[in-house]
Design a protein around this ligand. Structure first.
Ligand SMILES: *[C@@H]1O[C@H](CO)[C@@H](O)[C@H](O)[C@H]1NC(C)=O
Ligand SMILES: [Cu+2]
Length: 237
């Protein structure tokens, strides 16, 4: 009985520690809670790398009812994550959730809201992983210290049009066997104006990630000397 109570307490503690993407900022302007985002039903992670939930989280294959945010080419986009629906009173990302931070973008054939993000459509535009091995400092520690925020400047050469932006944090505290790594994913809908004519490299999500990737099944508790961030190389325009 006592043991099962402890197990229950551990379960609820970890559920409370999960998080979601809740705000987009454009060039330093807060665009409001859950606006322009495909909001999942709860803050649980995705753990199956073959699931279509890996694209834009649970219920993320369409953006029915989600507005699309117009942004100028080369905009500085900030993503802000939280455990619950408030900005203060707790860490944005609980400290145990050691994670890399990755951002992808995918061009929609027409409206972002009707784009399901399937197939080889995703370009990686940002990544940060194990920042300092000596102190075991992760990208997620920086996000937590920065009030839940991380930023990317969109390559100005991306063509004008509708896009999905996909921010991802992969928490590795139980990743030593698969499934274990926790994929926290948030997708926003943007329309780039005044863009260029680049044709960046693209991968499929799901598709590119494998259970056997060294950045997905990994024991981070053994003085990890280096970490291989999942996915292709960053494309910087
Ligand atoms: C992007 O915006 C964030 C938040 O306003 C800011 O901290 C960061 O310095 C900006 N990055 C660049 C390259 O301007
Ligand atoms: Cu969690």
């Amino acid at each position: 009985m006592f043991k099962s109570l402890l197990a229950f307490a551990a379960l609820t503690a970890s559920a409370n520690a999960h998080f979601t993407l809740q705000y987009l900022w454009v060039n330093g302007v807060d665009e409001g809670q859950n606006n322009y985002l495909r909001v999942p039903p709860n803050n649980n992670p995705v753990t199956d790398v073959t699931s279509t939930d890996l694209t834009c989280n649970v219920n993320g294959l369409s953006g029915t009812g989600v507005e699309t945010l117009s942004v100028p080419a080369g905009a500085n986009i900030t993503f802000e994550w939280h455990q619950h629906a408030q900005r203060t009173g707790e860490d944005p990302i609980s400290g145990g959730h050691k994670s890399p931070v990755i951002v992808y973008i995918a061009k929609a054939p027409s409206d972002a809201s009707s784009f399901n993000g399937q197939g080889e459509v995703w370009t990686k535009i940002y990544e940060s992983g194990l920042i300092d091995a000596a102190s075991q400092r992760w990208a997620s520690d920086v996000v937590n210290e920065n009030d839940g925020k991380h930023s990317v400047v969109l390559p100005a050469s991306l063509p004008s049009g509708n896009y999905l932006l996909r921010a991802e944090m992969i928490s590795l505290h139980v990743a030593s066997s698969y499934p274990g790594a926790q994929f926290y994913i948030g997708c926003g809908q943007i329309a780039i104006t005044g863009g260029g004519s680049a044709s960046p490299p693209k991968v499929a999500l799901p598709g590119y990630y494998k259970a056997s990737d060294p950045g997905i099944t990994v024991n981070i508790y053994n003085n990890l000397a280096s970490y291989t961030i999942p996915g292709p190389a960053v494309w910087s325009g």
